[in-house]
Design a binder for this molecule. Sequence first.
Ligand code: GLN
Ligand code: ZN
Length: 741
Amino acid sequence: MTIKTSNLGFPRLGRKREWKKLIESYWSQKIDLDTLHTELANLHKENLLLQKNYHLDSVPVGDFSLYDHILDTSLLFNIIPKRFQGRDVNDDLLFDIARGNKEHVASALIKWFNTNYHYIVPEWDDVTPQLNHNVLLERYNFAKSLNVNAHPVIVGPITFVKLSKGGDQSFDEKVRTLLPLYKEVFNALIDSGASYIQVDEPVLVTDESQSLEAITKEAYDYFESEGVAKSLIIQTYFERVDLAFLNTLPVKGYGLDFVHDHGHNLAQIEKGLLNKEKTLHAGIIDGRNVWASDIEAKKALIETLSQYTEELYIQPSSSLLHVPVSLDDETLDDAVRDGLSFATEKLDELDALKRLFNEDDDTKFEAFKTSYDRFQNQSFKNLEYDFDSVRTARASAFSVRREKQDAKLQLPELPTTTIGSFPQSKEVRKQRADWKNKRITDEAYETFLKNEISRWIDIQEEIGLDVFVHGEFERNDMVEFFGEKLQGFLVTKYGWVQSYGSRAVKPPIIYGDVKWTEPLTVKETVYTQSLTDKPVKGMLTGPVTILNWSFERVDVPRETVQNQIALAINEEVLALEANDIKVIQVDEPALREGLPLHSEFHETYLENAVKSFKLATSSVKDETQIHTHMCYSQFGQIIHAIHDLDADVISIETSRSHGDLIKDFEDITYDLGIGLGVYDIHSPRIPTEAEITTAINRGLQQIDRSLFWVNPDCGLKTRKEEEVIDALNVLVSSVKKLRQG
Ligand code: GLN
Ligand code: ZN
């Protein structure tokens, strides 16, 4: 059998974020629309040709976009938010929906399944679905004109509707409205020569897929009756599917994830559940991590799979949107480089496998095998740990700790504090960049940081807050900062991935065992404490969040890495305590978003999360007050885990969800300290005293006054200095009035 190779999507950002820069230049009117289009077409061409270099049998189109591929689909079908209706459907409309304009707010951004990519939520209120300009066809023809063998990619009707909100129609009605429009798009693509169309239906891997079976079947039966189904590949990723059901859908073939399926997809194939005449698009190379494949194991997987289908494509497990473009631009230690694989290297692995099978040429294959083996044997991956030597529970119960902390801290009723960061002003960012690029000396940078800290200590004194912070001016990002300082982490130069729109993040890569080798935050924190009699809160990121926002190792279990990070954070917590820091906050904003897609894994995930948080924080004395922070509010099913963290104080967001949070607290007696985020830091608007007082009083209905803290709902780094000062003044004066009763 001849093995074919394909891809599901390529990073649109470009090697050095060219995409982002172009789009932002257009937004700030530095370039006009024509220039934007010309330049983007060049970038798209470069992406297509780059993929073609790896001899793919088919390269995806439809992944490239001006902002987000789901938004492209909304525009294609005229699913335009009501407040933006009546305008020409063009690129400016697209950007306005994505970003908002003076008159109207933007559409919501939501996380794409369990990734860190965010799509624009389609809104169905009062829409008139119809076919607009077919950008997908245009992009397909563009690839054709470059002699690139391409296949169009589009999100399928079931997933599209599932990701949508609004509208009076039922779910099934929405799908039915779209079907004829999809059919027209498919027909146009087929007429133009598309040999197959990749229809992404990742919703079929979720817990909800079962309830969607009837409408899914109806939709694909419709495509069959209209004669287009034989060109469709239903593509899934991120988890397993129910293959018995998928097999009932009359399409050309199916795309399955063999990396993140917990072995279930393969098991179903081996049971003979795949109809042999169907094309199998096998996602065998991890599309969302940065590791070189165990290529020998991939070879064995291909051998197995090829027994069960007559046409086999091998491909990444998902779109490569979730990984950086290329290792070529990085300066890396060879020992580490051996283990890494970004988008283009992943395509090269596919090429190596294809050559091995189709041409009996094992040169590339052997080279990959050698470097993979070399990496696995590195000493930085084989440190010894004694997890049992660290406490996983505080020495005393909360009631005991609380008395000692109260005696030591002497805080007033309803203590006030902030979440950690103060504005990352232009000046702060400039100084940091100058220092990184060695344009200013270490001393000059340190002096700048000290001045900024001291200025903000005066501001906090002036406002009258009770627990102070240093402001996090030295941090670019709450995870990257720790990644730069802990052993076992690598911070790349160009390892960007798109988070949403033009925003990209650069997750650190955990390549080896994690270890604390030097204090991370002690100097700044101790300096800050030396300036004031008020307690200064040390500020750390927790193990769950550091892991979730990094590229994690896959050669050891996740909880091992998480616990290694926890031990490192524990060292830092103890170092702060040893330096007389009395309050220490360990942020866990990513705890909830890391919940696995399938509920069967939730309990273990939460148990491991709690365990690692406790490893990181339980070794302190009773007198030391541990805070944590999470900036979301729908605690629902995880409220018990939050309680189990046993943090002396948790600060959480409530301002945007209003009363919702309080409902979660009805099912549990939350008897630890809790700080409610009483105003929304995402908006420049200054809250009124009445609003803050109402928010506090609402919380006090459910939570004991003596446990209650008052704070903004997240860090203040994105706000302007005046906004921060004004808002915090309102917060403190509201609290002062409440204290007087
Ligand atoms: N301490 C961090 C800050 O204030 C917390 C950020 C977050 O919750 N995402 O910026
Ligand atoms: Zn937050």
